[in-house]
Ligand binder design. Structure first.
Ligand code: FAD
Length: 300
């Protein structure tokens, strides 16, 4: 299956490393907002001009050396300073594995703490993206640990996991992004059928909208978005309690439409040299995204 192929490619360490050297290729530039911070800030300004907030991901994964994790932390701190200096409407998304989760839990916790602490000075939010099952519980543990000191940190619930319902109840007082889930997970742990994932996704969103703190509904699925619009109207849920999120470069017209309709909207803006794994996961989700590659190849 194409999905398995692209997930496999996304996890290929050699290709991840090689891609860093060659800049954005294969059409990745339509879904990655540049390789450096200046380009990312420019993209954020353009989105902000349309009333769209941003969550910024300084791309990185496959970090197995402490020096690399420390470098990733320093880069994210620079992003925080740049957001503050440019006074743009943006916050941070980060991946615990980028900050050393696969090396040592305590080391990663301190890296994330430093980032959350810096962001708290400027009163903006840090989201811990959720990765695959191996990193799930340690990421929740970091969240719980940091929330003893800070209230500007939240995470993601992936609807394909059987445990998602329990997790959403446990973490309802955090700002949560709810997604379908982007990794390949085993049948003992996760729904495999799209219909089952979609249905659990709707249940989780509805539950969190009614009971949770703040809900980020992160999807490109117009059926889900239309359902949520109806649901919030029927249940008098104020617009301040939720936002829609989509990835940079996807369904741009729909992004603008939702923002112009007065919904809180936030675009996930990935940038940096480590674009390869992120791009392969986008191809795994939606083989039509191969159009991005085809356009690039034939435009040469
Ligand atoms: P899909 O199930 O892929 O698509 C449903 C339907 O929507 C399609 O059949 C089609 O009709 C329509 N559609 C979808 N895309 C398009 C398009 N580009 N153009 C036109 N129609 C389209 N996953 C994680 O595991 N961890 C995370 O931390 C995480 N963070 C995310 C943050 C954001 C902002 C977003 C948007 C996604 C994130 N994801 C994350 C990925 C997520 O889990 C899904 O893999 C991804 O969003 C694909 O699912 P979907 O809900 O967008 O719709």
């Amino acid at each position: 299956m194409l999905k398995d192929l692209f997930i496999g490619l996304s996890q290929n360490e050699l290709l991840n490393t090689a891609a860093k050297k060659y800049g954005l290729k294969l059409g990745a530039q339509s879904v990655v907002a540049g390789t450096n911070l200046e380009q990312a800030i420019q993209s954020i300004k353009e989105l902000n001009a349309h009333g769209i907030a941003c969550t910024v991901d300084n791309l990185g994964e496959f970090v197995f050396k402490k020096e690399e994790a420390t470098e990733a932390k320093e880069q994210i701190l620079e992003v925080i300073e740049a957001i503050h200096q440019n006074q743009v409407d943006a916050h941070i998304s980060l991946k615990p594995s980028q900050l050393g989760l696969d090396i040592e839990y305590a080391f990663c916790l301190e890296n994330v703490r430093e980032i959350v602490d810096r962001a708290s000075r400027y009163d903006f939010f840090v989201n811990m993206d959720m990765e695959d099952t191996k990193r799930l519980q340690p990421s929740f543990d970091i969240l719980e640990e940091l929330s003893k000191e800070y209230d500007n940190v939240g995470t993601v619930i992936q609807a394909y996991f059987f445990r998602a319902e329990e997790d959403i109840k446990k973490y309802k007082n955090y700002r949560l992004r709810i997604v379908k889930g982007a990794y390949k997970e085993p049948a003992e742990l996760a729904y495999q059928e799209k219909s089952e994932i979609d249905s659990n996704y709707i249940n989780l969103i509805e539950w969190h909208l009614l009971n949770g703190k703040f809900t980020s509904i992160a999807t490109h699925d117009h059926k889900v978005i239309n359902h949520v619009k109806e649901f919030v109207r029927a249940n008098n849920i104020p617009k301040e309690k939720f936002e829609f999120q989509m990835l940079y470069g996807f369904r741009k017209d729909l992004q603008l439409k939702l923002a112009s309709e007065g919904y809180n909207f936030c675009t996930y803006v990935p940038f940096g040299q480590d674009w390869y794994g992120y791009f392969m996961r986008r191809l795994a989700e939606r083989p039509q995204n191969l159009n991005l590659v085809a356009k690039q190849v034939f435009n040469k």
